[in-house]
Structure formats: C-alpha cells, structure tokens
Design a protein around this ligand. Sequence first.
Ligand SMILES: [Ca+2]
Ligand SMILES: [Ca+2]
Length: 188
Amino acid sequence: MILTNLLKFTIIVFLSSCSIYSTKGTIPSNINNIYIQPIINQTSDQEISELIDDKLNELLISQNILEIVDYNTADSKIEISIVKVVDQPYTLSKGTTYENVNEWKYSVTANVKWSDYKKGEIIFDLNLNEWSIYGDSLDMSNDGIDNDGDGFVDSEDSDEIGAPRISAKLIAADKISELVLAKITSTW
Ligand SMILES: [Ca+2]
Ligand SMILES: [Ca+2]
C-alpha cells in the first residue's frame, strides 16, 4: 500500500514538473506535427463541428505552427469533442406582460485533448468555452453590439457581418479554434 502511494506521489511530482517545464516556452523537440482527429459532436448543432474543423485547419496552416498529418505519421494528436451548445438570453427588457429578450448569447463548450501520440502522454486536457452575442437586427454589422467582445463594434469590425444567429455561430467557432491554437502554442 505504501509502495503504491509512493509510486502515485512520484508520478504526480513527475507530471507537475513536466508541466512547469513545458510552460517555460521550450518546444517539445519530439513534436513537429499534428493529427486532427475527426471532431466528435455530442450536440444537435451539426454545423458547429465543421466550422471549428475548418477554422482550426486554416489557422494551423496559415500560422505554420505544426504540420497537419494523418495518424500514421503523427507525433501528436488533437481530440476535440463538442459537449455543449446553448443559446441563452443575455439582456432583457420589460414588456407589458413579460420580459423580452433583446440579446442572446450563443456559447459552445468543447473538451480538447492534445497528446503526445508516440509516448501516449496527454499534454493538456481542457474544457474550453467561447461565445458570441447577437440581437434581433437583420445584420450583425448594424446591431450596435460588440458581438465578439473584442472592443470593436459593427463597421469597425470585419468579423461582424451577416445574419445574427449564423454569424454568432461562426464567431464562436473562430474564437474557440483560436483558443485551441493559443493553448497549443502556450504549452511550448
Ligand atoms: Ca467586435
Ligand atoms: Ca455588431
């Protein structure tokens, strides 16, 4: 029993020292490429996984961070599972008999696991959440809302364009893909 506990302790110490090491900004020399496993979508929102997959591929290629390869030759693997997609009332106003929803928040939660494919070690395993706000205007570019929360509103922001709900989904997909990439690069 003591031996088992000692072993567990050693593993914990080892793992935590690894994570300290990896946040120092050193590129793991054994990881040069990535296999993107087909995204698992546990929600009824069929589009969201496709949007995230497209954006993640685009970002990895354009920023030239890791080469995308198939699983046979992969050093690392990323597994994404969309666990939750939800539209929630964001701002309300008082109507005559009940409250009206003026703005909605579209949010997506994904479990993202990046692992060293050859060693079989998990580099990170995180639940990530991103969102976008949309109103009832015909187009996001003139709703007066900072839909992605970046401080730029309507014509100041090229990301704010198109039908509200569709664009909200696009923005959330973009934001979560960017967050995944930030997590990959920040572990180096
Ligand atoms: Ca904005
Ligand atoms: Ca807007």
